[in-house]
Design a protein around this ligand. Structure first.
Ligand code: HEM
Length: 214
């Protein structure tokens, strides 16, 4: 027997979200190849580097919206999108890093190592990428089963990665910090929601024995 809305989630929502995950990449690839009249502006290297980073952060925050969405709507099928969205975030962030290494710095290892060690916003971004690696590697159903409760604990690192990504964005902005602050605000809201839910669960657990006795 299928759960309510399972067909809708698998055959309609998932393909639509997958298309949405790939659309920014397709747009950047079309711009880079000069196809479909897509223009990446006067500085295409900067545009691609920034867009990959931005979409990486967008997808991290969208992934963090899935649990609140499930809690608010009561529809468990949202959870089917979580892995795809998380892996999409990883895909864009890895692309952002590889583009920085291979194109922006033309593979100059000396400059890259110096940047990672001496420029705080790059140190933070790099730390975020390193922390994201074990999450991507353990995103399979098999790893989830093998790790059990430890999987959940490990995957809480995604909050740390999102926070590092926001600070990395904030620190690299030269003048107008309004946009990175919007991301900080969105992350604060998502974390606040989780903290509130967690507190709610704890107070329910504390009240339960008295309610049962009454
Ligand atoms: C969690 C990991 C990361 C996230 C979420 C992230 C996200 C971002 C974002 C949102 C931007 C600004 C885009 C814009 O202004 O529109 C950015 C810029 C940048 N990021 Fe990352 N990034 C990450 C990791 C890295 C890594 C590993 C490197 C390189 C080692 C890196 C190098 C850069 C560079 C060079 C810029 C452009 C700075 C400039 O033009 O002054 N990032 N990143």
């Amino acid at each position: 027997m299928t759960a309510p809305g399972e067909g809708l989630a698998r055959f309609v929502l998932k393909p639509l979200v997958l298309a949405g995950c790939l659309a920014p990449f397709a747009w950047l690839a079309a711009g880079a190849a000069g196809l479909g009249g897509v223009s990446l502006g006067a500085n295409p290297v900067e545009e691609i580097l920034h867009s990959l980073g931005r979409w990486g952060l967008n997808f991290l925050l969208i992934t963090l919206c899935i649990t609140p969405l499930r809690q608010l709507t009561g529809w468990v099928q949202w959870m089917r999108l979580r892995r795809m969205l998380g892996l999409t975030a990883f895909f864009y962030i890895l692309g952002h890093f590889l583009f920085y290494v291979l194109v922006d710095q033309a593979g100059d290892l000396g400059v890259i190592v110096e940047d990672v060690l001496k420029r705080p916003y790059i140190t933070l971004g790099f730390t975020g990428l390193l922390l994201l690696l074990p999450l991507a590697l353990t995103s399979t159903k098999g790893a989830m089963r093998r790790l059990g409760r430890r999987w959940q604990r490990l995957h809480r690192l995604v909050y740390v990665v999102a926070a590092l990504g926001c600070i990395h964005f904030y620190w690299q902005v030269k003048a107008d910090v309004r946009e990175p602050l919007l991301y900080v605000g969105a992350l604060a809201l998502l974390l606040g929601w989780r903290w509130w839910k967690h507190r709610d669960r704890l107070s329910h657990a504390a009240r339960a024995p008295f309610e049962r006795a009454a």
